[in-house]
Design a protein. Structure first.
Length: 261
């Protein structure tokens, strides 16, 4: 009967289009789901109390779990992106091969607490678990330089605590990466580029997760707040020097264009 209710809710959500399954190259696993069940339900699981995806979607509901949970999964997506600054096609043909791991630990007995208390850790890594960030480079004969980046990693740590028999609260941290990039390029007077290079420095950034779960026996309510996180270019400062042979000339103003594929 419980399975039937879950299927009815999943069908209703799909029909209304409230939580459509979607994919992006930024944290792909967050969009599709961190477990097989979460993927099947289109991530409509904030009011579900026994799935490890709660580590990210609603940590408060973890406190309803009487036992710990460890699971692993594999998510493959193939976005098949293409594009180019002159309108020509540049197909990288790179997909995402994401290893999903989730762990929930029940600490109620460990601390001899009267209230349920669980902690969770969720990790999803691209390139079969080997990459946090990956870049694939390509170059045209005329010097146009392409770089395709994948940041499909997910790292979440969270906790859920029972306050009363019907109210549960939770919170956590979504761990992100912030990158700083130095770009070097050589260009001739016709605008053709060569000797392109890029140095990337990555540091950790954090996005908060706050959630609540209400158990009214006949029905459950789950709500969650996730701090904003996004990918964007900040202002780009370019210093350039023109040379003829080995002789430097005056400073050369230069405009550098980036295109998101």
């Amino acid at each position: 009967m419980k399975l039937l209710r879950i299927l009815i809710v999943a069908c209703a959500v799909s029909a209304l289009g409230i939580v459509p399954a979607a994919a992006s190259q930024l944290a792909t696993a967050n969009d599709y789901g961190l477990t097989a069940r979460g993927i099947a339900l289109g991530n409509a699981i904030t009011a579900v109390e026994d799935d490890a995806s709660l580590i990210f979607h609603n940590p408060a509901a973890m406190a309803k779990m009487d036992t710990g949970q460890i699971n692993a999964g594999y998510l493959f997506t193939d976005p098949n992106l293409s594009g180019g600054p002159k309108g020509d096609l540049k197909d990288f043909g790179e997909g995402n091969n994401i290893v999903l791991t989730n762990m929930i630990i029940n600490l109620r007995d460990f601390f001899r607490s009267k209230r349920p208390f669980n902690i969770g850790l969720s990790i999803a890594l691209d390139d079969d678990g080997k990459s946090l960030i990956e870049f694939i480079d390509a170059e045209d004969e005329d010097g146009h330089f392409y770089r395709y980046g994948r940041t499909s990693s997910t790292m979440v740590t969270s906790a859920g605590l029972g306050i009363t028999d019907w109210l549960y609260l939770g919170g956590g941290v979504y761990i992100l990466l912030r990158g700083d990039t130095d770009f070097q390029v050589t260009t001739d007077l016709a605008g053709n580029t060569s000797n392109e290079g890029m140095a990337l420095t990555a540091t950790l950034a954090y996005s908060p997760i706050i959630s609540a779960y209400l158990d009214f026996e006949k029905f459950n309510v789950g709500v969650a707040y996730h701090g904003e996180n996004y990918g964007a270019f900040e202002n780009i400062n370019v210093e350039a020097e023109a040379t003829v042979g080995d002789s430097p000339l005056t400073d050369l103003p230069m405009q550098l264009a980036f295109q998101d594929l």
